[in-house]
Design a protein around this ligand. Structure first.
Ligand code: ADP
Ligand code: MG
Length: 419
């Protein structure tokens, strides 16, 4: 295990500070693994975080999304212990509370779980993203032996860039390949979703896991979350003199908490009242009727989903016809809808979006589940530094924590990295 397949994945840093992807190398994770567990891993796998270009909260409404895989990723070194006790031993080089400390520790602390009785309450919260995969595989009838897993991730946790799915997908691909279960990637998406929904307890859709497992470099993934049909949409921003900035507000969110759950419930209520299986089945033409039938709050939630689905379709059509330089107004409209109708923005996200728009971004919106996390801004590459400075200035004036700002481009989906 001497080569790193992805040296080219170093940051597209742009004007930005911090959060450079590819921070840990293969030697670091294999060396730390040997130090912790006393032998070499069987292999090392990586899965990326993601940004969602557009299509927020549409996934669990069986609608459309358009994410892409980041060059930031979670790596896992894994060794099966088929002759040992059926226990999971897991550690993270970022510690058990990466969002809390913001520090990468040099050594991990091992946490253990009994694979014979996997229940979330008996597993440390961070390790549920790992153990949940094993649990979901057991639920599918697979025999899973004891194993050791070390995690090393440069996807910032709680930043709306899906550090959680990066962990799940890296573990799922590793275990699938090591056990030779041969589960197709499209099915692994569902294994990972099941782990997050039913073991971690976050009622998320398939957006994050699909981006991490199905994403490809240079493309966004246009995904129909009902049929699970996916199309790779070319997104070569650099060639067009464009850049996509991520503005991590450093306001951490937690999806297993109540706000997300309430939104899922509002969408279900709206769908039930409108007599459809999911809000995917409600087109813009039915909005006046929805307004008559629903209470004002539920109606606004429904209106976001209905209009956001349409915006994803419009964005893909615009990308096909006119290219990414033309999608700015759709990004701006998406943000307004999340702020005013879905109620998932926050002051810091609104400030980031507003400052970017005023400084000449072609479009900007919050991305991810909301209640904090990151915004994205589509900018002319030549304006990237100015836009980033403007956002930093606005945050300083408002007295907010300094944001992390970095440029991203579509990277590869999950893959083995030590071969
Ligand atoms: P997001 O997926 O948007 O980053 P989530 O709340 O879904 O946010 O997942 C973040 C959680 O994932 C963290 O609170 C932590 O439990 C876990 N996590 C993410 N990265 C790491 C890491 N490097 N080491 C340990 N746990 C991590
Ligand atoms: Mg997550």
């Amino acid at each position: 295990m001497t080569s790193e397949d992805d040296a080219g994945a170093s940051t597209t840093a742009g004007p930005a500070s911090g959060a450079a992807p590819g921070g840990g190398d293969l030697e670091r994770i294999t060396g730390a693994f040997a130090g912790l567990f006393g032998s070499a891993p069987d292999g090392v796998w990586a899965a990326p975080g993601r940004v969602n270009l557009i299509g927020e909260h549409t996934d669990y409404n069986e609608g459309f999304v358009l994410p892409f895989a980041l060059e930031h990723r979670a790596r896992v070194a894994v060794a099966l212990r088929p002759n040992g006790p059926a226990r999971l031993r897991a550690a993270s080089l970022q510690g058990a509370d990466p969002a809390g400390t913001g520090q990468a520790a040099t050594t991990g602390r091992i946490t253990e779980a009994d694979l014979g009785h996997l229940v979330p309450a008996a597993v440390e919260p961070w390790a549920r993203y790992v153990a949940g995969i094993i649990w979901a595989l057991q639920q599918r009838g697979h025999e899973v032996p004891g194993m050791d897993i070390l995690l090393d991730s440069d996807v910032p946790p709680g930043a709306g860039l899906s550090s959680s799915a990066a962990i799940e997908c890296a573990v799922a691909l590793a275990v699938d390949e090591l056990l030779g279960t041969g589960i197709p990637r499209g099915e692994l998406v569902l294994v990972c979703q099941r782990a997050e929904n039913d073991f971690v307890g976050a009622p998320t859709g398939i957006l994050d896991q699909s981006a991490a497992l199905l994403g490809t470099a240079g493309h966004a993934l246009f995904l129909d979350c009902r049929s699970r049909d996916a199309r790779q949409v070319p997104l070569d921003l650099a060639q067009l003199g464009l850049a996509l900035l991520v503005i991590d507000t450093r306001v951490a969110h937690a999806h297993e908490s109540g706000g997300y759950r309430d939104l899922v419930a509002a969408c279900r209520r709206g769908a039930a009242t409108l007599g459809v299986h999911a809000l995917r089945d409600v087109g813009p033409a039915r909005l006046p009727e929805a307004q008559r039938l629903l209470d004002p709050d539920t109606f606004r939630r429904v209106r976001h989903i209905v209009t956001e689905n349409q915006r994803v379709l419009d964005t893909v059509a615009t990308l096909d016809a006119d290219g990414p330089q033309a999608i700015g107004p759709l990004l701006n409209a998406s943000h307004a809808s999340m702020r005013d109708d879905f109620g998932i923005s926050c002051d810091e996200l609104d400030a980031a979006v507003d400052a970017a728009q005023r400084a000449g971004a072609l479009g900007a919106r919050m991305t991810g589940g909301g209640f904090g996390g990151s915004a994205i801004a589509l900018v002319a590459a030549a304006d990237a530094a100015t836009v980033a400075e403007s956002v930093r200035g606005r945050f300083a004036t408002e007295g907010y924590l300094a944001p992390e700002i970095f440029s991203v481009r579509p990277g590869p989906g999950a893959h083995r990295v030590d071969r």
